[in-house]
Design a protein around this ligand. Structure first.
Ligand code: ACO
Length: 324
């Protein structure tokens, strides 16, 4: 017998305000057609003035707890993935912990930008499998709208705000791929690419939080290569092929990265969960938002084999293979 981390609840939260491509085209030199053709994005949600990452995270967490049928007092760990914390410190996870009324266990943030949720899931899984925690809340939450130069058409059209969360519970497994729960996770980083996608500020390097900077073409090229590689790595560990996967839940960076990766892999496009058209790139929130949506609408069912993947600034990238 081994311990598996099973997903027992999912939740999501998007800010009410929707910003369409037409609205952006009225402000900057772009068009709805250009954005759709190059990115597949039609609209994105943007946090209201004063609405913070912790607000979105708390609402997603409450919904995940409700779908798991447990209260916050049952949790002994909260890990929140974000590159847009409410404050430089304390961790936004602690703020969410306080709002949920959970006052025991541990709570901390993880920073791996768009791969943050996969990193957080990987860390939580280690805690559960070693017996250091029984029930964990893993959240990906971002307000990337605060990092954007809204005059820069190269970047501001690409991102949105949101949060997604899952509740993990430690349960016994047989140690084979029929077990329900996280079967394996695979995370990577390569700091040689630090400057290709970053903010030009931060508490140690400047007095401002900075704005997002990106070498779009290079990010695109590396994303397709790394994502296809890490999917292959996850499958190889379990002697599986893509035919075994019921659903691919990829990071929603843009439609062309998504299509390029799926084409390179030779995966069936109808088994890919896509939200980028409505959410844009919500960084660490994109995978749990897409997962929560596909669970809520009944596409992803108990027993399904689901592969999550993401890549982000750093570069960081990773994948998790999960039996729901
Ligand atoms: N509207 C109109 N024109 C635009 C816009 C816009 N919003 N943005 C850029 N352009 C222009 C450029 O200024 C350029 O004009 P020029 O030739 O006169 O200089 C022209 O379009 C072509 O620019 P490119 O950058 O070469 O366009 P490209 O086809 O590479 O598309 C894009 C740009 C969409 C950013 C692409 O590189 C991409 O998808 N990169 C991946 C980036 C990404 O998704 N990042 C998300 C974070 S990373 C992650 O999550 C994995």
């Amino acid at each position: 017998m081994i311990t598996r981390s099973r997903i027992i609840g999912c939740g999501a939260c998007l800010p009410d305000r929707i910003v369409t491509n037409a609205e952006l085209a009225a402000r900057i030199d772009t068009t709805h057609e250009w954005i759709v053709e190059r990115t597949g994005i039609f609209e994105r949600h943007v946090a209201a003035e004063g609405e913070c990452t912790s607000d979105l995270a708390t609402r997603a967490a409450e919904r995940a707890l409700a779908s798991a049928g447990i209260g916050a007092s049952a949790l002994d760990l909260i890990i929140l993935a974000t590159a847009t914390p409410d404050h430089t410190f304390p961790a936004t996870a602690v703020r969410v912990q306080g709002r949920l009324g959970m006052n025991r266990g541990a709570a901390f943030d993880i920073q791996a930008v768009c791969s943050g949720f996969i990193y957080a899931l990987t860390v939580a899984d280690q805690f559960l499998r070693t017996g250091q925690a029984q029930t964990a809340l893993v959240i990906g939450a971002e307000t990337f709208s605060r990092l954007l130069n809204w005059e820069d058409r190269n970047t501001c059209v690409l991102f949105g705000d949101g949060a997604g969360a899952v509740v993990l519970h430690a349960e016994p497994g047989e140690g084979n791929a029929r077990d329900r729960g996280i079967l394996s996770s695979h995370i990577h980083a390569d700091g040689r690419y630090y400057d290709l996608l970053k903010t030009d500020g931060g508490p140690s390097s400047s007095r401002s939080i900075g704005l997002l900077r990106m070498v779009g073409r290079e990010v695109f090229r590396h994303a397709v290569i790394h994502l296809a590689d890490v999917v292959g790595e996850a499958l190889a560990v379990h002697h599986m092929t893509l035919a075994d996967i019921d659903w691919l839940v990829p990071h929603q960076a843009n439609r062309r990265i998504l299509d390029g990766t799926v084409r390179k892999l030779g995966f069936a496009p109808e088994k890919v969960v896509v939200t980028v058209d409505r959410h844009a790139n919500t960084s660490a929130a994109s995978v749990p938002l897409a997962l929560a949506e596909a669970v809520a609408d009944g596409r992803i069912c108990p027993g399904h084999l689901v592969l999550l993947e993401a890549m982000g600034g750093g570069f960081t990238w990773g994948a998790s293979l999960i039996r729901m």
